[in-house]
Design a protein around this ligand. Structure first.
Ligand code: AMP
Length: 395
C-alpha cells in the first residue's frame, strides 16, 4: 500500500489530496487559496476533522508547508512523517509534443515544462512552481508529473492538424493538443467499465469553468473540442469557444482593439458572461427561470453547441454507445442535460426526465430504458486519476 500526495498548483491556489493506493482511500484533502494576497484561506478535511482558517500565506512554498504540517499534526494529521508518502503526483496542464506519458520529474523534465510556458502561460508556470516547492519540502520523495494533454496523444493527424501551411505544424508545432485529458480519461474509463464494453464509442462532455468534449473510441481519444489553446469548441463561462476568425481581425483592424485586448475579450469577457452578464451557470439558470430572455437564449446556445459536437463525434465514430456528462455543470445542471438531449431520438439518445432531476455523487444512468445510447452522469475525479497513474508508475 502506498500513499500518494496529489498537488494541483494554480497561480494563487494549491490543492492537495492524500490518497492511499491501490484502495483509492482519500486520507485527507485541502486547498490553500489566495496565496500571496491579503487573508489567504486554508481548508483541510480528514474524516470528521475540518479545518478552515484565514492566515497569511505569502507564497506556494509556505502554502505547501502549511498543508504538510496539517497532514502530520498530532490532532489533524494522517501520517507521521515524510516517509509515509511514496510519491507526489503533480498535475501539469501542457505537455506539448514532449510528454505523452506520466514521468518522473528531473532537471531535464523541469526545463522542458518551462520550455512549454508559451503554450500554456497561465497554467504551466504555477504547475512548475508546485513541483519546485514540493522538491524543496520533500527532497527524498519521488515527484511525478501527469499531463492533461497526454490523453489526446492518440488523436490522428487528420484531426490534429490545422489546414494552414505545413511549416506552422512542422516548425512551430501549431496543432491540436487538447486539455482536460485527465478528466476525460477518468470518466471514459468509468463509463467503459459501467457499460462493460471495451470496444465502445463514447462522447465525454466536460462542462465546468472550462468546457470540452472528447470522442473516445476503444478507450482512446480520437478528437477533442479544445485545440492549440483553451478557447475552441463549446461556449464556456467567459470564453467564446468556436468563432469565425474574421471576428478577431474585425476587432483588431476595424474596431482598433490590440491583439491583447481582443484576446481578453474572447477569453475573459465572452461565453456565458458576455451573453448574460453572469459566468456562473447557477445564476443564469435562476434568471432564466425568472423569465430573463438573454439567459434563456444563452442556455439554448450553450446546449445547441454541445448538440452539434455530439452529431459530429457520432459521425466520426460511426455510432455511439454512451455520452457522459461530467464536471460542475455536467454533474449538476439537469437543465443543460435536458436541453442537450432534447430531440435526439434519431441518434438513439432518449433522456428520462425524472431520473435526470435526481442528484447523486455516484455514477448514474439517466436515459430511458429503451434508449440505445446510455446517458451517464459521472463525477470526475482528476486527483484519483493522477493517483492511479502515479501508483502504476511506481510499481
Ligand atoms: P468546475 O470547473 O468543474 O468546478 O465547475 C464550476 C462550474 O460549475 C461553476 O462555474 C458553475 O457554473 C457550475 N455549477 C456548479 N454547481 C452547479 C449547479 N448546481 N447547477 C448548475 N451549475 C453548477
Amino acid at each position: 500500500m502506498s500513499n500518494i500526495l496529489i498537488i494541483n498548483s494554480g497561480s494563487s491556489s494549491l490543492k492537495f489530496k492524500l490518497i492511499n493506493m491501490p484502495g483509492e482511500k482519500v486520507l485527507a484533502s485541502g486547498v490553500v487559496e489566495r496565496i500571496g494576497l491579503k487573508e489567504s484561506l486554508i481548508f483541510y478535511e480528514s474524516g470528521s476533522i475540518y479545518v478552515s482558517k484565514k492566515t497569511n500565506i505569502p507564497n506556494h512554498s509556505s502554502g505547501l508547508k502549511e498543508a504538510t504540517r496539517l497532514l502530520m499534526d498530532y490532532h489533524t494529521g494522517v501520517i507521521k512523517n515524510q516517509d509515509d508518502i511514496a510519491a507526489i503526483g503533480h498535475r501539469v496542464v501542457h505537455g506539448g509534443d514532449l510528454f505523452y506519458d506520466t514521468c518522473l520529474v528531473d532537471k531535464k523534465v523541469k526545463e522542458q515544462i518551462k520550455n512549454l510556458f508559451s503554450l500554456a502561460p497561465l497554467h504551466n508556470p504555477p504547475n512548475l512552481t508546485g513541483i519546485e516547492v514540493a522538491e524543496e519540502i520533500f527532497p527524498n520523495t519521488r515527484q511525478i508529473a501527469v499531463f492533461d494533454t497526454a490523453f489526446h496523444k492518440t488523436i490522428p493527424l487528420k484531426a490534429r492538424k490545422y489546414a494552414i501551411p505545413n511549416k506552422f505544424f512542422e516548425e512551430h508545432k501549431i496543432e491540436l493538443y487538447g486539455f482536460h485529458g485527465i478528466s476525460h480519461k477518468y470518466v471514459s474509463q468509468q463509463a467503459i467499465e459501467y457499460i462493460n464494453k471495451p470496444n465502445s464509442k463514447i462522447i465525454s462532455i466536460h462542462l465546468g469553468n472550462g468546457c470540452s468534449m472528447t470522442a473516445v473510441k476503444n478507450g482512446e481519444s480520437i478528437d477533442h473540442s479544445l485545440g492549440f489553446g483553451p478557447n475552441n469548441g463549446l461556449i464556456m463561462g467567459t470564453r467564446s469557444g468556436d468563432i469565425d476568425q474574421s471576428v478577431i481581425f474585425f476587432l483588431i483592424d476595424k474596431l482598433g482593439y490590440s491583439s491583447q485586448e481582443a484576446n481578453q475579450i474572447l477569453n475573459k469577457q465572452s461565453g456565458m458572461l458576455g451573453l448574460t452578464g453572469n459566468s456562473d451557470l447557477r445564476d443564469i439558470e435562476d434568471r432564466a427561470y425568472e423569465g430573463d430572455e438573454s439567459c434563456k437564449l444563452a442556455l439554448e446556445m450553450n446546449a445547441y453547441r454541445i448538440k452539434k459536437y455530439i452529431g459530429a463525434y457520432a459521425a466520426i465514430m460511426n455510432g455511439l454507445d454512451a455520452i457522459i456528462f461530467t464536471a460542475g455543470i455536467g454533474e449538476n445542471s439537469s437543465k443543460i442535460r435536458e436541453l442537450v438531449c432534447k430531440d435526439m431520438e434519431f441518434a438513439g439518445i432518449e433522456l428520462d426526465n425524472d431520473v435526470n432531476e435526481m442528484g447523486s455523487d455516484e455514477i448514474r444512468e439517466i436515459n430511458k430504458p429503451e434508449s440505445k445510447v446510455k446517458i451517464l452522469v459521472i463525477p470526475t475525479n482528476e486527483e484519483l486519476e493522477i493517483a492511479k497513474q502515479c501508483y502504476q508508475f511506481i510499481q
